[in-house]
Design a protein around this ligand. Structure first.
Ligand code: SAH
Ligand code: AVI
Length: 337
């Protein structure tokens, strides 16, 4: 039985509905959910695609490349904070579950683990959680090369849907890279509340948050001279084509990334260079996109210290420390339940 979605968007010339088939298996249900999410976003007045669709195998590789670009300061700045304060934050840890949400490559967690003496490290279970199977596979391989005795229990999962964590040892949950900034402020508060709810008293949450700074530095981090961020942004269309069997043609779009001062966030969009029609076997009809219309692909929120304090208050976690670099470009926030 086809489920039906109808467009409320008048700017599109053709009324269209989706032809999603009722799935039977769990894997099929998951795929249908993703198709539904993509189609719903494309029906909105301001079209959007969730930034989680960036991270197919190619997208995860492109992101890793971005983290090494000279303009992309967040990764190296957060790493410098981890190097400077790693001992203080993690040096005493033993008999814990070290959970990492959206773990990506393993380069940050290896900094954390190397701040812990090896005898203590033997008592730690590292639990990376990511929905990119390829990122998890790769990172586990890399990590075990350097720390062969490490206990790693990876989980392919959507961290927005976490209902529980293993309950054996106290947990230190790391949510690095300002990934939380890719959620709207309300969504990020809900997500952190969900995480806080599954924490036990004494568990810690360590969040990496990017800070507000001059617009030029912010915008050049998302408009790099090698155009890797552009490739990353356009890769979402390939990822969407794989899911919807659609015909998005990435060169038909322009990469846009700018700082929205009012909302304190970098926004990434893809702007249509001409009128175009998008087809998919999951659609009755076609989606018309007019020249100049954009698909909003990502928000990356930038925080101030008062915003961080407000966020912690709203989820009723206590801030133990806020570590920053010398330029105050990035912050590592230690919260305790
Ligand atoms: N923490 C790493 C990677 C950040 S990139 C760093 O700081 O460099 C964001 C990562 O989060 C990607 O690996 C992506 O696959 C993962 N991710 C994004 N949304 C997710 C979700 N809802 N559930 C699980 N993983 C997610
Ligand atoms: C994963 N996330 C925090 C990155 C960011 O900066 O918002 C993703 C990214 N988008 C473009 N460049 C990097």
């Amino acid at each position: 039985m086809p489920t039906s979605l109808s467009s409320h968007k008048t700017i599109r010339k053709q009324e269209w509905t989706s032809r999603l088939i009722k799935p039977s298996t769990r894997a099929e249900r998951k795929k249908e959910f993703l198709r539904h999410e993509l189609l719903e976003g494309l029906m909105m007045e301001q079209m959007k695609m969730s930034s989680k669709f960036f991270y197919d195998t190619n997208g995860s590789k492109l992101f890793e490349w971005i983290t090494k670009l000279p303009e992309y300061y967040p990764t190296r700045t957060e790493k410098s904070i981890l190097k400077q304060y790693g001992q203080q934050l993690f040096g005493h840890l033993s008999h814990i579950d070290l959970v990492e949400l959206g773990s990506g490559d393993c380069s940050k967690i290896s900094l954390i683990l190397s701040a812990i003496p090896s005898k203590q490290r033997e008592t730690i279970i590292y639990r990376p959680i990511d929905f990119s199977q390829s990122a998890l596979d790769q990172s586990q391989l890399q990590l075990l090369k350097v720390l062969p005795e490490l206990k790693v229990e990876p989980l392919v999962a959507d961290f927005t849907k976490l209902q529980a964590l293993p309950n054996g040892q106290p947990r230190v949950i790391c949510f690095l890279g300002s990934t939380i900034g890719n959620f709207d402020l309300h969504e990020s508060q809900l997500l952190l509340q969900q995480i806080a709810d599954i924490m036990n008293t004494g568990d810690q949450l360590i969040i990496g948050l990017d800070l507000v700074k001059d617009t030029e530095t912010l915008e050049s981090a998302y408009n790099d001279s090698q155009r890797i961020t552009e490739a990353f942004n356009k890769n979402i269309l390939r990822s969407c084509n794989n899911i919807l069997h659609s015909n998005f043609h990435p060169p038909a779009f322009e990469h846009l990334a700018f700082f929205n001062h009012e909302k304190s966030r970098i926004e990434m969009h893809l702007k249509a260079l001409s009128d175009l029609f998008v087809k998919s076997p999951y659609l009755n009809g076609q989606i018309m996109i007019q020249k100049g219309e954009t698909i909003h692909t990502e928000n990356s929120h930038k925080y101030t210290i008062p915003m961080i304090e407000e966020l912690a208050d709203s989820i009723r976690l206590n801030i133990k420390n806020i570590f920053t670099d010398q330029k105050q470009w990035f912050s590592l926030v230690q919260m305790v339940k």
